[in-house]
Design a protein around this ligand. Structure first.
Ligand SMILES: C[S@@+](CC[C@H](N)C(=O)[O-])C[C@H]1O[C@@H](n2cnc3c(N)ncnc32)[C@H](O)[C@@H]1O
Length: 343
């Protein structure tokens, strides 16, 4: 069975990297194929697993706008002969609407909506079109001449990423990242439900909230009492069930349990305090984190373009597996690195 993903195009590689990371961490069996930027198909999903795979991807992904279930794949020339081959009554009880999105195609969207809607009516029993409150929305993706007829069983909670923007949370401090990027970083860490995720510079708790909401146990530490308390308030507000926060200087970090992933945005010395040590904090951090993570744990960290973390990484015994650049504004590009311990 197949799923169709319409992804964000705000970054050229992060959305696909996030999807691949979630599939890997959840252990899902499927083939991922990028049709063009923003359009991805996952095929060969076992029918017994399909519903769970679909639901879990919908719960986890940040940089995906829509995931739909592929019912039929055809092309513009063969629409008339292919649409009758599908049992439309098996997925639509009474009313439906057809919505079309086109990519690299100059086809007339309204004409295709009407044509497909008409063909579905002709090849089914007792169905009606309802443009405002349909029971089922048939989502059609037209890419060049290819046509994917799909339906949406689970909807991504895009509203969450709007409603939980940093300034809308009970505890706010400038300099924290968007929930979308925080969720993406958590996903890149390949954390699984029930595993332990650590953010040793937890600030307002952005990483903790995202890890907690996908089912990880989360621990946040920070040198500042306000942040320790504020991140707990935000986690509680977001409905995170299993979280702990402590006031700890990175140099004194000693976890009772080694963590399965570290996801963090260390201080840069711009709008957050570094305890006066500027970029040297990166080396202290790497040394401390190495003592507190499992051998196969991944570290996902943000760093500013003007700090060369690679010299610290190799000195301490880490290697970079993946790297992404995000231009924030004229004077800051954020580098997101996925890092592993060297064997
Ligand atoms: C960039 S902020 C983290 C933002 C966080 N991701 C969020 O969602 O709000 C960096 C944090 O590191 C903390 N910090 C600075 N020096 C530290 C140290 N030596 N040990 C532990 N935490 C420190 C600061 O108090 C600050 O909250």
């Amino acid at each position: 069975m197949e799923l169709f993903f319409i992804q964000s195009q705000e970054h050229d590689s992060l959305p696909l990297a996030e999807l691949n990371a979630v599939i890997e961490s959840e252990g899902f069996n499927c083939n991922i194929r990028q049709i063009r930027s923003g359009l991805v198909v996952a095929d060969s999903i076992d029918s017994d697993d399909f519903d769970y795979v679909y639901k879990r991807l919908t719960e986890r992904l940040a940089y995906t706008h829509q995931i739909t279930h592929v019912l039929l794949k055809t092309n513009l020339k063969e629409l008339d002969s292919k649409i009758p081959t599908f049992d439309w009554n098996s997925i639509i009880e009474d009313t439906f609407v057809v919505r079309v999105k086109t990519y690299d195609s100059d086809s007339d969207v309204v004409a295709i909506e009407r044509r497909i809607g008409g063909l579905i009516l002709e090849n089914s029993k007792n169905l009606k079109v309802n443009l405002t409150k349909p029971h089922v929305t048939i989502r059609i993706i037209v890419y060049k001449d290819d046509v994917y007829l799909t339906c949406e069983d689970y909807i991504l909670n895009k509203k969450y990423f709007q409603d939980f923007k940093p300034h809308k949370r009970p505890f706010f401090h400038p300099g924290c990242m968007s929930p979308k990027l925080a969720r993406c970083m958590v996903n890149l860490s390949r954390i699984k439900e029930g595993q332990l995720l650590l953010d040793p510079f937890c600030g307002t708790g952005g990483m903790l909230m995202e890890g907690g909401l996908i089912g990880a146990r989360v621990v946040g530490t920070d040198i500042d009492w306000n942040m320790k308390n504020g991140s707990a308030i935000n986690c509680e507000y977001a409905g995170v069930k299993d979280f702990k926060t402590y006031k700890v200087d990175i140099n004194e970090l000693k976890m009772y349990e080694l963590c399965d992933a570290v996801v963090t945005d260390p201080p840069y010395g711009i709008s957050t305090t570094t305890g006066g040590r500027d970029d040297l904090i990166f080396k202290d951090f790497l040394l401390a984190i190495k003592r507190n993570m499992k051998d196969d744990a991944l570290l996902v960290m943000a760093s500013p373009h003007f700090v060369d973390i690679d010299q610290f990484l190799s000195e301490v015994g880490f290697e970079v597996l993946e790297r992404y650049e995000i231009r924030m504004h004229k004077s800051l590009t954020r580098i997101i690195s996925v890092i592993a311990l060297v064997d």
